[in-house]
Design a protein around this ligand. Structure first.
Ligand SMILES: Nc1ncnc2c1ncn2[C@@H]1O[C@H](COP(=O)(O)OP(=O)(O)O)[C@@H](O)[C@H]1O
Ligand SMILES: N[C@@H](CCC(=O)OP(=O)(O)O)C(=O)O
Length: 371
């Protein structure tokens, strides 16, 4: 059967602070090993996104003395540590001919549809260019209310946004146990979860019950796995501190695999179907209707007009020439721009808008057929 990693097209890997840093310095040998793993995945044609913690841990020694418990002290440490984190990772990827691209996200980038479209387009562009996006929370500006707070969930949101097939959470433990093995020596390992229940949450205890340097614990890993699960993405929780942790996972080293029964594509379409309440409509001609039914994106050339006012990122209905709703989707343009683009060929988009817009009014990934 092989590993889910072999079948995956897109993989998100999350590394916790304790793997990245020791005594305030980057663990270069370990980072080099993971970089070699990532190079092997890239060579096999897979897209890889690396969500890495460690900015606070690497920045702390440079902030001076003091407790460094206050939020602004952690944020300042992150500002000092983030470039150190990036350069350690970029240096490790460079010998493999892989470019590292920094992307610092805040909660809004994955929760607000408009920003989500932008973040996704940028990350897709980086992946298409062969780069590995290195993602962290934008700790320096994220305030308590608008924080993911832990990179486990951030990584799951990224996996969801990018329709990844596998999320790997590299941890200081080789998976989920029936209880915290640090406290209960009788705890047993769980190799596979096909449905996440409250019983699993009870095993993990509360958040922040982890080893110390980071902010996660097993509870946030399960919260992350739940987000990924809903997006049709499998999660592996496994021991990170191995020389080649991804290769070890691929060849069957111990892990907990949390595996959904549907694909990312099916999950996304089901989500769209249930969550989109149209705020307006885009009117299309017969040609566009035929293309949509065949699974294409909605291009400006087939648009004849709009109904109502809506923002970029809003849910809209798509209506055929007879006024019947044939699909719903998330629009990449606001109503005024859709009107401006009606009937335009792709080459004309820039002239009509005054900027270089996206080719699709609604991308096929953001579209579901039916009313
Ligand atoms: N049921 C459980 N199974 C496994 N680990 C658990 C469980 N409950 C609590 N934990 C704790 O969670 C820790 C992993 O979280 P954490 O140290 O935050 O990892 P990371 O630094 O990789 O984010 C484990 O070392 C373990 O002590
Ligand atoms: N964004 C923070 C890390 C937050 C976090 O989730 O840490 P961890 O539990 O080690 O993955 C940083 O870079 O220090």
């Amino acid at each position: 059967m092989g590993s889910p990693l072999d079948r995956a097209r897109r993989i998100v890997i999350k590394t916790g602070s304790a793997l990245i840093a020791a005594k305030g310095a980057p663990r270069r040998n370990w980072i080099d090993g993971l970089a070699a793993d990532i190079a092997a995945l890239r060579a096999a044609g897979k897209d890889v996104v690396w969500v890495s913690s460690g900015a606070v841990a690497l920045g702390r020694p440079h902030l001076g003395k003091g407790s460094q418990k206050k939020l602004e002290e952690k944020q300042a440490a992150a500002a000092l540590g983030q470039p150190l984190l990036m350069s350690a990772i970029a240096d490790a990827l460079a010998p493999h001919g892989i470019k590292a691209a920094q992307a610092l996200l805040t909660l809004e980038d994955t929760e607000r549809r408009r920003r989500w479209l932008n973040a996704r387009a940028t990350l897709d562009t980086l992946l298409a260019a062969g780069a590995v996006p290195i993602i962290n929370e934008n700790d320096t500006v994220a305030t308590e209310e608008i924080r993911y707070g832990d990179n486990d969930r951030l990584a799951a949101r990224v996996a969801q946004m990018l329709s990844a097939d596998v999320l790997v959470l590299l941890s200081d433990i080789d998976g989920l146990y029936t209880a915290d093995p640090r406290k209960d020596p009788a705890a047993t390992h769980i190799a596979e979860v096909l449905e996440l229940t409250d019983a699993h949450d009870a095993m993990a205890g509360s958040a922040n019950a982890g080893a110390g340097v980071g902010t996660g614990g097993m509870a946030t890993k399960l919260a992350a796995a739940r987000i990924a699960f809903g997006a049709g993405c499998a999660t592996a929780i496994t021991l990170g501190d191995r020389p080649r942790p991804i290769e070890a996972l691929r060849t069957g080293e111990r892990a907990t695999w949390i595996t959904p029964s549907v694909s990312p594509d099916t999950a996304r379409k089901a989500w769209l179907k249930g969550h989109l309440t149209p705020e307006g409509a885009v009117l299309v001609d017969n040609g566009a209707m035929g293309a949509l039914l065949k699974g294409s994106s909605l291009l400006a050339v087939g648009v004849t007009g709009v109904e109502g006012r809506f923002e970029k990122g809003a849910a809209v209905a798509i209506k055929g020439p007879d006024g019947v709703v044939i699909a719903k989707g998330v629009t990449a343009y606001d109503a005024a721009d859709v009107q401006r683009l009606a009937g335009a060929h792709s080459d004309d988009i820039e002239v009509r808008l005054g900027y270089r817009g996206r080719p699709a009014i609604i991308h096929r990934d953001d579209l579901v057929l039916g009313s």
